[in-house]
Write a protein that binds this ligand. Structure first.
Ligand code: AMP
Length: 113
């Protein structure tokens, strides 16, 4: 089932775009939890990390490379940042379209809430 991220991908609703290519898009989170909070979303509709298969191997690798590049472009690579994939209910997932959160610009704490 399509989510709000599909509407952003199809440009049916606006978003503060940061990056896009044939496989993914990145835009700023509407409710940022850090000075830099970007969502990196594959165009392919995969509900969560729990549904990926070996077929998605290249796509998942692509997302990690892009996360690293976006962090560099945002100026948070050296200081540090966190990449989070909330997965299903106990993982705190709200939007069921796979996405990476790229969070930075402040000190992160551990363990996460
Ligand atoms: P998750 O809990 O991992 O599913 O995260 C979903 C994220 O999407 C949350 O951080 C929301 O603030 C964010 N979000 C929801 N709707 C929008 C939107 N229209 N534009 C940008 N970010 C959104």
């Amino acid at each position: 089932m399509s989510s709000i991220f599909t509407k952003i991908i199809k440009r049916e609703i606006p978003a503060a775009m940061v990056y896009e290519d044939d496989e993914c898009i990145a835009f700023r989170d509407i409710d940022p939890k850090a000075p830099v909070h970007i969502l990196l979303v594959p165009r392919k509709e995969i509900p969560s990390l729990a549904q990926v298969t070996a077929e998605d191997k290249a796509l998942l690798g692509h997302l990690m490379v892009k996360a690293s590049e976006i962090a560099k472009a945002e100026g948070i690579s050296e200081s540090g940042y966190r990449v989070v994939v909330n997965t299903n209910k106990e993982g705190g997932q709200e939007v069921y379209h796979l996405h990476l959160h790229i969070l930075g610009g402040r000190q992160m704490t551990w363990p996460p809430g």
